[in-house]
Design a protein around this ligand. Structure first.
Ligand code: ADP
Ligand code: MG
Length: 283
């Protein structure tokens, strides 16, 4: 049995859409050797996909294939060379409040308590103090940090800090969460616990997310759909629907859906040429 391919349902609302997106960089400084004869690097070439309301999609592909570039264009930090990105039907031409970013580094402000860190984005949006406090505390409770709200980032473990970063990302109630390898710096067990927290928070807030990961199991347990990108210039080589129940419960997917998990892992490995003894393997 092969994993199903995506069927487009025209009644679904697109939260984010990449339409004919190509991104060419001038190669300079440290990535000079990557450029062509004209000093250009095509990071992403003619990428098209959209993500529906409430859907979680993972991007996987070899290092340097343009995954972070795609996210940066979604956040309005980079502009496509060709094509457009739309969030909630509006073309993204600068950083905007519809999207929130979560990175491998938690980027918490060391001089602010955990609660104050979660409130940062709300403060920028002039949300009244009492309201932002309530929202921050509710989110921190949901992700099991209620005992740490008045502590400072240096007093918390890496996993807890990344949880606080998750609460901060959700606090601004974005239309789309963009996550660039959010758990890649964590140990395997902490990672599983945070995946569970993330999945439950995204489901209970009905959030839409686009996440980059190198971890095939992580992509499968957290996602509704996985987009596989080729080596640079990055193009979409497959879109796989993860047809396993309980997306809000990655632990259950791991424990009770092992046969299905193995099938998806095998499919992804094939697409990435992992396990090939030839030099085709792309990482
Ligand atoms: P990934 O996240 O998949 O590892 P990136 O999106 O970071 O890949 O990078 C894709 C390619 O684009 C790489 O060759 C990288 O060197 C190049 N690149 C990324 N950002 C810039 C930039 N700001 N200027 C020049 N080249 C860049
Ligand atoms: Mg990257």
């Amino acid at each position: 049995m092969n994993p199903p391919i995506k069927q487009t349902d025209s009644n679904e609302i697109d939260r984010i859409e990449y339409r004919n997106v190509t991104k060419v960089f001038n190669s300079q400084g440290k990535n000079k050797s990557e450029g062509d004869n004209n000093g250009k690097i095509t990071a992403i070439e003619d990428v098209n996909f959209s993500i529906n309301d409430g859907e979680i999609v993972s991007l996987i592909g070899p290092s340097g294939c343009g995954k972070s570039t795609l996210l940066n264009m979604g956040a309005g930090l980079y502009q496509p060379t060709v094509g457009n990105v739309f969030v909630d039907g509006e073309r993204v031409d600068s950083p905007n409040s519809h999207v929130a970013f979560m990175l491998q580094k938690d980027l918490l402000l060391p001089w602010r308590s955990i609660r104050e860190n979660v409130e940062v984005g709300l403060e920028i949006r002039n949300v009244p103090a009492a309201e932002r406090r309530l929202r921050a505390l509710a989110l921190l409770e949901k992700i099991h940090l209620e005992e740490f709200v008045n502590m400072y980032p240096h007093q918390l473990s890496g996993g807890m800090r990344q949880r606080a970063a998750m609460a901060r990302t959700l606090a601004v109630d974005p239309s789309v969460l963009l996550m660039d390898e959010p758990f890649s710096a964590l140990d395997a067990q902490t990672k599983m616990i945070l995946q569970q927290d993330l999945a439950q928070s995204l489901a209970s807030e009905n959030k839409t997310a686009l996440m980059i990961t190198h971890d095939l199991s992580e992509a499968i347990v957290l996602s509704d759909r996985i987009i596989v990108i080729s080596a640079r210039p990055g193009t979409i080589i497959a879109e796989i629907i993860v047809d396993i129940p309980n997306r809000e419960n990655p632990m259950d997917r791991r424990q009770n859906q092992q046969k299905e998990m193995a099938m998806y892992i095998a499919e992804l490995m094939k697409l990435l040429h992992l396990g090939d003894t030839s030099e085709k393997a792309i990482v």
